[in-house]
Design a protein around this ligand. Structure first.
Ligand code: BES
Ligand code: MG
Ligand code: ZN
Length: 506
């Protein structure tokens, strides 16, 4: 599906249905539609229909009529003042789902002026196109649809130059870049583990960078097993020990066109466990299903990197994906092993299912050797995260409140649910081993999310501002949001991170 911004004239020529939004207001105990942004002729035509007598402009109400031979749909959005960004996004998403399910129209046109609840045409157009692109997503690689859905073209149109301005076009283009990154993140997470393994994953990223980020001067380096051995990444190798595939570190770097000696450098690090069996500390079968999503952190940081590059971020950004599966064979690392990390710190393995922190520890240490000012990692790291903050919220923690607070501003801007958790000293105390520097599980399950975070903090170089995002809850199954699929990957957090990497005050 494509979205274009067009004038009224070309809209008339191309579209099969025009959609106008209406709001509602309460007066004298009655709910009435607000059609103040509608052109007089269309409003008069609508108000002369029988159906309009029952239309109050409440959220979800629709009314269909005909104007000069053209089909018009009135859609109610409820009270205008209550319609904040996220409500508009969700209402537009539900509307898109209805229109697509109808399977009648090829081209549908939306009257931007009537949708403008945000008092900004570019912002409104951005939210609308974001909702449409995200809602249109389906994962169809292994299942042929009964038939191709008819809806292929969405027009956002304006009646004057303001609504078709360069700013409106640029914001639709910006939404396209962000949502295509999110949809790539979704595809990678949805890809089954017999298709997406460490080797094919690294190849995919390389190809995507070479074809879709061409011209942005991205450098790409992929470390294979021999390179990873040379780097002495003992922890990553220990997770990979039972795998049929080599581990990979994918290292991408972006430098903006204009740099000064003050240009900040942000490093992203992602957990890329293509499947997590738990290893010798095997997961029970019920808990193992769905563990193809365990590379979600790496897909999230890659997608945010991709969006930030396409938005020509002013910052230097490096992206490190630590990729392996956590498999089981005679070569598997067993509990009680002590492994030496790239940093030199030794780790006693209490549970081979606490593998994400091992992969990240070496990848974070490697990333720090490139001297970033800030480092942000993302991972489906702990089940304890869901217990701590719930399955619809991402937990953030780190060593720098300023970084955390700035990131939280981006999450508010993008309406994503992220909460900061403190990393008290008591957490890392519980991760000390009697026979090694650290152990990979705490003495109890309590505060497991923060203890995993504290473990990662031990591998962040002194002086680097660091934030860890545990996306174990939000990476998939967010169907309560109308623009996310019921089952499968959500693509959440890519928007906030992409925004931070482009506009954050660093
Ligand atoms: N990949 C899991 C975490 C996870 C759980 C992600 C549920 C998404 C949904 C991680 O590798 C893991 O297994 N963590 C263990 C840690 C424990 C052994 C200390 C967990 O959370 O149970
Ligand atoms: Mg695990
Ligand atoms: Zn895992």
């Amino acid at each position: 599906m494509k979205i274009t911004v067009e004038s009224l004239k070309s809209t008339y020529e191309k579209s099969q249905l025009m959609v106008l939004a209406a709001f509602s207001k309460e007066s004298n105990g009655k709910t009435q539609p607000v059609l103040s942004t509608w052109p007089k002729e269309i409003k008069d035509c609508f108000l002369s229909t029988v159906d309009s007598k029952f239309f109050e402009g409440k959220a979800g109400q629709t009314s269909f009529f005909e104007f000069l031979g053209e089909g018009v749909l009135a859609i109610g959005f409820g009270e205008k003042t209550k319609l904040k960004k996220e409500n508009l996004r969700q209402e537009c998403s539900k509307l898109y789902t209805k229109l697509k399910a109808k399977d009648v129209y090829h081209t549908v046109a939306f009257d931007l002026d009537t949708f403008n609840s945000l008092r900004s045409l570019p912002d409104t157009a951005a939210i609308m196109s974001e909702a449409f692109y995200l809602t249109d997503y389906t994962y169809t690689k292994f299942k042929k649809l009964d038939h191709e859905p008819k809806l292929k073209h969405v027009i956002i149109f304006g009646r004057d130059n303001k609504a078709t301005s360069a700013k409106v076009k640029a914001s639709v283009e910006s939404s396209k870049m962000t949502t295509s990154a999110m949809n790539i993140c979704r595809n990678l997470i949805n890809d089954p583990p017999n298709i997406l393994n460490s080797e094919s994953y690294a190849k995919f990223v390389e190809k995507d960078v070479k074809t879709n980020l061409k011209g942005h001067g991205i450098k790409i380096k992929i470390l294979n097993k021999a390179d990873i051995k040379k780097e002495k990444m003992g922890l990553l190798l220990s997770v990979n020990a039972a795998s049929a595939y080599e581990p990979r570190i994918v290292h991408l770097s972006y430098t903006p066109k204009k740099t000064t000696k003050n240009t900040k450098h942000i490093a992203l690090v992602g957990k890329g466990v293509t499947f997590d069996t738990g290893g010798v500390s095997l997961k029970p079968s019920g808990a193992m299903v769905g563990m193809k999503t365990d590379m979600g952190g790496s897909a999230t940081v890659y997608a945010a990197f991709r969006a930030a590059v396409q938005h020509e971020s002013p910052y230097k950004i490096s992206c490190f994906l630590g990729i392996t599966d956590n498999a089981l064979s005679a070569n598997a690392t067993v509990p009680d092993s002590v492994i030496k990390s790239r940093s030199g710190k030794t780790v006693e393995i209490g549970n081979t299912d606490a593998e994400g922190r091992l992969v990240l520890a070496d990848t974070i240490d490697y990333a720090c050797s490139f001297n970033p000012d800030e480092l942000i990692d993302a991972a489906t790291l702990t089940g304890a995260c869901l217990i701590a903050v719930g399955g619809k919220v991402c937990a953030a923690m780190g060593n720098d409140d300023k970084l955390l607070n700035n990131f939280l501003k981006s999450t508010k801007e993008k309406s994503e649910l992220v909460v900061g958790l403190p990393l008290f000293d008591i957490y890392i105390k519980d991760m000390k081993s009697e026979i090694a520097d650290l152990k990979n599980i705490g003495g109890s399950r309590n505060a497991g999310c923060q203890k995993a975070g504290a473990f990662l903090g031990e591998f962040v170089k002194e002086g680097v501002s660091w934030m860890h995002l545990d996306i174990a809850g939000v990476a998939d199954s967010q169907g309560y949001l109308p623009y996310c699929p019921n089952n499968g990957a959500s693509g959440l957090i890519v928007r906030s991170l992409g925004h931070y990497l482009t506009n954050g005050k660093i």
